[in-house]
Design a protein around this ligand. Sequence first.
Ligand code: CMP
Length: 148
Amino acid sequence: MQKIDMTPDDSSELFQLLRSVDFFEGMTMGQLQLVVPHIMMVQYEAGEKVVTQGEKGDSFYVVSDGSLSVSVKKGFFGKKELATLGAGSFFGEMALIDASPRNATVTAITPARLFVLFAHQFVTVMNSNPDFASQIMRIAEERKLSGR
Ligand code: CMP
């Protein structure tokens, strides 16, 4: 994992980029302005794990580009693929919403760039945008069911 440094000059570019990602589209300029300074961008190589099932989670991710696989352990050595995530999709919400360990392992299939929001920023965004919060909760519920 490599942190991608963003200079203040990059911020207008970051705005453009964020607006093209579904997750951020529902946010007003004001809301974006509040979270943008806290958003980190990280790069993962193909094969690297971003989150690991069973571990504690304190961050939420939105995919800028690349593709990632979501899988869960099955038995001692097996695993079951639950989904493939690409640009604009998010993950890591379940551990934050339920204060539970990570429900699945998310691994980069290709090199991937991700936006990272730490738990308290995620909560700020959720609290300031109830429609948005209910949408995320709904998706988290669907994922929970499909992971069974
Ligand atoms: P979290 O449990 O924090 O960490 C693993 C993440 O994988 C989880 O949040 C969801 O974002 C994601 N995830 C879990 N199950 C599924 C699923 N069935 N489909 C897509 N994503 C999932």
